[in-house]
Design a protein. Structure first.
Length: 160
């Protein structure tokens, strides 16, 4: 089913289409602890508000291309954003909060340190208790640890 996938069209430097690829993000979303409860309310297909087109629908930002999923039902909204090449979750946004991660450049060399920026925004007047723990994955180390309450906005920069 086309609705299960994010559609990507790769174009070479001359403008010629090279290939079309479909990337499945549904399992990633469903394993994300922070949004599991939303799918007690949302139906993946019926409550999706993103129009499915047979064309590239990514959004470019610097060297990166991001794909967004969005669901809405009964006044509740959830947005999740993924980066095309890394296929990683880069942003979760609800009616109450937004948590986003960004790196400055795409082509990283093993053994060097790189800046990663985390932005946490409390969009409501409710308490927003968060905990962020960096994890190691193959050749990547991340020693970030934060636990606290976000009253309005928190910006963290961490070298990895």
């Amino acid at each position: 089913m086309i609705k299960l996938y994010q559609f990507i069209k790769n174009v070479d430097s001359s403008g010629k289409e090279e290939m079309e690829v479909l990337i499945l993000f549904m399992p990633y979303v469903m394993r994300t602890e922070a949004v599991k409860e939303y799918f007690n309310t949302f139906d993946w297909y019926d409550d999706s508000v993103r129009e499915i087109k047979i064309e590239s629908d990514g959004r470019s930002e610097g060297d990166f291309e991001y794909y967004e999923y969005m669901w809405e039902k009964d006044g509740i909204t959830l947005k999740m954003e993924f980066e095309k090449n890394g296929r990683g979750l880069t942003c979760i946004e609800t009616d109450d909060y937004k948590i986003k991660a960004r790196v400055d450049k795409k082509d990283l060399v093993i053994g060097n340190d790189y800046k990663v920026q985390y932005e946490c925004i409390n969009k409501s007047e409710k308490n927003l208790d968060i905990e962020i723990k960096g994890i190691e994955d193959k050749n990547i180390t991340n020693h970030l640890k934060y636990k606290g309450n976000i009253k309005d906005k928190l910006l963290m920069v961490n070298l990895h």
